[in-house]
Design a protein around this ligand. Structure first.
Ligand code: FAD
Length: 536
């Protein structure tokens, strides 16, 4: 697969199929799960410009595809978040007299013909969408282009929008190559904000077909992807409000207001006081990010991942706002909060580039094929890990945080992932899958990248012989113990170092499990198996 041209390049080539379509009756923007916003949305901006040029209405479309959600292990939380964001989008678009038409379609292989028949029905001659880099999605879009070309009426335009720098334009060493793009005055400017869409004329309401599209509601739920437990649904919705305004406030909270150590766990991150701006960056989250980002016992990071993964805010907007703080200097040093945070956004680009250029990583293959033969244990302990009952408090806190909030602190993800792979010696693909099923920010590229990093099989992995000691890591990321106490109630009253490694007697007394494995023995087993894949 690596030797073939990447599919997104093929899409680019086929999407130029019909060059000069005639003027139809409408222009269509097809919104996907990764670009759930109206502002700074490249495909939407282009679609709007085309509609203005042709003097026809702009229509917008979203297709729910349950089979894809199954194929990608999408969590019910992520689907619920999608629906909530679409409800906001529908009402914002209606202020501009632009309808958002949502439909649910299966089988997924029939989506291209479904799209074409809608375009036909709406007499549309232009279709615009932002590129999704996952393999099945690219294949689907190539199909759409081919069908459109055959029909000879519709021009399809698929554009890069997810990353700051499109895949294929930057090579290794990544950060060093990526950064200068931010400062350069190159065209197109990678940070340029795409214009917001123009309103349709009011006459659209009288149109016999388009007028009716306004009446189609966004579904309340997608069968098979519902958060059935009402308490859980409320909890997830408290932590992760929907809509572009919320995403902007989350960004502002990170950049301008004071980090609050008490805000741990299930709370509305934008509750009273969270938005009061600070005069200097000394106490803001971004100001303290360099030192505080690896602490899980306080709310110190941006918590923007669900919004970035669903495209409720663009990565460009995040960087633009961050550069304002640093006087428009591109600061990506290791020494400042701004610098470290910009690097995290670069990681997001990096993993998307890896997925786009080496699609085999999303097909269950390790990037480093030499580790394909590592021998795994059976999944006997998998369920205990998922439920946070491994007997290692920091791992259990992490896994229960994911279950409770649909989100997990970055360092905690690394520890929990490495524990599954190196201590329990369970296949990393099972962990990768579980994260997608439980997280609200599940992003195929970042999740795969994070798992392959932890399993030492990825592009830029931790070397296999560097294995986290979860007890030492626990002291580093949860120095107060508050993180464990919050998420592992059995240990709520434990003080001092015991919180990180309770003795067998204490664990028994509190009804907390003893460790599933001895870290030292497990470490040696992992070293042997990684050193001699296929033979040990
Ligand atoms: P911040 O620290 O505020 O960072 C800002 C943004 O940068 C994040 O929102 C995210 O978009 C991006 N980012 C930060 N760290 C990374 C990283 N290591 N890789 C890629 N992007 C990064 N992130 C996801 O968005 N979706 C996932 O499914 C996902 N799965 C992961 C699985 C594992 C095993 C690991 C180790 C990491 C995973 N990450 C994933 C990356 C990271 O843990 C989260 O992005 C981060 O914890 C989100 O919190 P935040 O928004 O407060 O991050």
């Amino acid at each position: 697969v690596d030797k073939d041209p990447p599919l997104f390049k093929l899409l680019d080539a086929v999407s130029r199929g019909v060059k000069k379509p005639g003027k139809g009756e409408s222009v269509v923007y097809w919104m996907r799960m990764q670009d759930l916003r109206i502002n700074d949305n490249r495909a939407l901006a282009l679609a709007s410009a085309q509609a203005q040029k042709d003097n026809v209405p702009l229509l917008t479309l979203f297709v729910f595809s349950p089979q894809d959600y199954i194929a990608h292990d999408r969590s019910a939380r992520r689907i619920d978040f999608t629906i909530r964001n679409l409800q906001h989008i529908k009402s914002s678009l209606e202020h501009l007299q632009i309808p958002l038409y949502t439909t649910t379609h299966s089988p997924r292989t029939a989506i291209p013909s479904h799209i074409l028949s809608l375009l036909n029905e709406w007499n549309a001659t232009h279709l615009f969408a932002n590129i999704e880099y996952e393999l099945d999605e690219l294949r689907r879009d190539i199909n759409v282009c081919e069908l459109a070309k055959k029909g000879g009426k519709v021009a399809c335009t698929f554009v890069h929008d997810k990353c700051i720098i499109p895949p294929g334009d930057v090579y290794s060493p990544f950060l060093r190559a990526w950064l200068p793009h931010l400062a350069s005055k190159s065209h197109p400017d990678p940070l340029e904000c795409a214009p917001s869409p123009e309103a349709n004329g009011k006459s659209i309401y009288q149109h016999p077909v388009f007028g009716k599209l306004f009446n189609v509601p966004v579904p309340e739920e997608i069968e098979g992807f519902t958060i059935n437990d009402i308490v859980e649904k409320e909890r997830i919705r408290t932590c992760w409000g929907a809509g572009e305004l919320v995403a902007k406030e989350m960004l502002s909270r990170f950049l301008h207001s004071k980090a609050r150590t008490s805000q741990l766990g299930v709370v509305d991150p934008l509750a009273d006081g969270a938005k009061v701006p600070e005069k200097s960056t000394k106490n803001t989250r971004i100001g303290r990010y360099k030192d505080a980002r690896d602490k899980a016992d306080a709310d110190t990071t941006s918590r923007l991942s669900p919004y970035l993964a669903a495209g409720v805010i663009s990565a460009r907007e995040c960087i633009r706002a961050t550069l304002e703080i640093s006087g428009n200097k591109v600061d990506a040093s290791h020494e400042t909060g701004v610098g470290r945070w910009v690097q995290e956004i670069a990681w997001r680009d990096f993993y998307t580039h890896v997925l786009a250029l080496f699609p085999r990583v999303s097909m269950g293959r390790p990037f480093q094929e030499k580790f394909a033969e590592v021998r795994w244990e059976t999944d006997e302990h998998l369920q205990a890990w998922k439920e946070g009952h491994t007997g290692v408090p920091i791992v259990d806190a992490a896994m229960r945080q994911a279950h409770t909030m649909g989100w997990m602190h970055n360092r905690a993800r690394m520890i929990a992932a490495m524990f599954l792979v190196k201590d329990l010696m369970i296949d990393w693909r099972l962990g990768e899958r579980h994260f997608m099923e439980v997280l609200i920010d599940g992003d195929l590229a970042s999740n795969n990248g994070g798992w392959q990093w932890s399993a030492s099989t990825g592009v830029d992995p931790v070397p296999y012989f560097r294995i986290f000691n979860p007890y030492l890591q626990s002291k580093k990321i949860d120095p107060t113990g508050d993180y464990i106490r919050y998420f592992v109630p059995e240990l709520a009253n434990v003080r001092g170092d015991d919180i990180h490694k309770p003795s067998a007697a204490l664990a028994d007394k509190l009804g907390y499990p003893r460790p599933l494995v001895s870290h030292e023995e497990a470490r040696n087993r992992a070293l042997r198996r990684y050193k001699n894949p296929g033979t040990e």
